[in-house]
Design a protein around this ligand. Structure first.
Ligand SMILES: *Cc1c(COP(=O)(O)O)cnc(C)c1O
Length: 447
């Protein structure tokens, strides 16, 4: 086998995979190597870790089962309906997809929704394709304030050939600097203003910003990848009701469904450009098993979203306060730390985000490094922040008391400097009591 030296991937990990395959006597043994690695992850991340990754959500047993269903082996492209499909035999697929579309409209209280996006990243591409021309100016939030690459030069917005001006952001209040926006936006007259935050703690002035844009017919795009579940559950601002023209979301973040994208809007004039961007531009066969799983996740959100999301927010507020009490600085303290599923700690003085996240992972506490407003683009690999989220611990039935215990595990590693190995045993034992997923029709609400 040739050894490639122009890989983007870690060469040691690729070399290890080659040596595993070289040691196999047959292709079936190679298959077994794959199955074994999947099993190792299931045991470790699925049963023994406290997963605090903010963009991650375990799905209900029904949603997970649907991802392996027969319908996922069928081809369906185009719009729902026998004339608009290329293939015959799609009548039950049409039923499933139509149920998904209508459930999404109910969950988000909106007039239009599309189910065919394989990721929220593609939803953002669809928005830029539908609403801009190359060379247009848009305004989006820079990464140190929580902005996402999909709305910047390195992602779909850049690929569309757009010129990007930063939305002014207040590093202390952790929301848009509205006064500055009111001065800057009329000078720039952006075609689209995007509010898309991967680090999201507080509501944004959607209504006020849309009023500014009315003057020249600019559109407001709310990229709610992270907040989609909170929005559906009524525990965050409702961007469409406040005047946003289009809303995208990741189904696999707070929404708690299969990893993929969703897009919602109210103005019928946007239907043709948005759906044309999805098909035939960005999606052909769009994984109908995933669509079925998304439909069920939307039904779960309609039934359990309010309770689930309210507990997520209570848990993140409890976790933030508990970390702060133990000497770990948390952003947004003067505003009650957070109104979402996220908690952002400043770990610059504790070794930095990269070091801290890897140290905590040795104790089965899974988090991620994050840029903070004070970081520079050069700090990308070694930023000062640590991002935590409470989606999974909440779905496992944990409440405020358990957030205090989790803060204790984190502080034992970071403040008391106990060896991660000592803390690891206690984390595994603690996690043993939480193996069932709630806020779904399989298991209902936690006790
Ligand atoms: C996660 C994220 C995305 C991308 O979502 P995927 O579903 O992973 O494609 C887009 N925008 C923001 C703000 C995000 O945080």
């Amino acid at each position: 086998m040739p050894v490639n030296d122009i890989e983007v991937h870690d060469p040691k990990i690729l070399a290890n995979a080659r040596s595993i395959l070289d040691a196999c006597q047959s292709a079936q043994e190679m298959q077994q190597a794959v199955l074994d690695a999947v099993k190792r992850n299931e045991t470790w991340r699925g049963q023994q870790c406290i997963n605090l990754l903010a963009p991650e959500a375990p799905t209900s047993p029904t949603v997970r089962a649907l991802l392996g269903s027969e319908i996922g082996t069928r081809a369906a492209e185009g719009n729902i309906g026998s004339v608009q499909r290329w293939f015959a035999g799609t009548q039950h697929i049409d039923e499933v997809e139509a149920l998904c579309v209508e459930l999404l409209k109910q969950a988000f209280r909106c007039r239009y929704a599309d189910h065919r996006l394989m990721g929220s990243m593609l939803g953002n591409m669809a928005v830029y394709y539908a609403m801009t021309e190359p060379g247009d100016v848009i305004m989006t939030v820079a990464q140190p304030f929580g902005g996402h690459s999909s709305n910047r030069y390195d992602g779909p917005a850049g690929q569309r050939g757009l010129k990007i001006v930063d939305v002014p952001f207040d590093p202390i209040e952790l929301t848009v600097d509205l006064d500055l926006f009111r001065k800057l936006a009329p000078l720039v007259r952006p075609k689209v203003v995007t509010l898309g935050l991967s680090m999201t703690l507080f509501p944004l002035p959607v209504r006020e910003m849309k009023e500014v844009l009315q003057e020249w017919g600019g559109k407001l795009f709310f990229d709610g990848a992270h907040q989609a579940g909170l929005i559906a559950g009524g525990q965050f601002q409702d961007p469409l009701a406040e005047g946003a023209d289009v809303l995208t979301g990741s189904a696999g973040k707070t929404f708690g469904g299969p990893q993929s994208g969703m897009i919602m809007w109210n103005d019928g004039a946007l239907t043709e450009p948005i759906t044309h961007a999805i098909f035939p531009v960005l999606a052909a066969t769009h994984q109908v098993n995933r669509v079925a799983a998304l439909a069920v996740a939307a039904a779960e959100m309609i039934a359990f979203g309010k309770d689930f999301m309210a507990q997520i927010v209570r848990n993140s507020q409890a976790l933030a306060a508990a970390l702060d009490r133990r000497g770990i600085p948390v952003l947004g303290k003067h505003k009650g730390y957070t109104t979402t599923h996220q908690v952002i700690a400043d770990v610059g003085a504790l070794g930095g985000g990269l070091e801290v996240a890897h140290l905590l992972a040795r104790a089965n506490l899974i988090t991620n490094k994050n840029l903070l407003p004070r970081d520079k683009p050069a700090d990308w690999d070694r930023p000062s922040g640590l991002r935590m989220g409470t989606i999974e611990v909440t779905r496992l039935g944990m409440k405020e008391t358990q957030m205090d215990q989790i803060a204790d595990f984190i502080a034992r590693v970071l403040i008391e400097q106990q060896s991660p190995n000592t803390v690891l045993e206690d984390v595994i034992e603690f996690r043993q009591a939480y193996q069932k997923l709630y806020y779904c029709f399989d298991h209902g609400l936690p006790a």
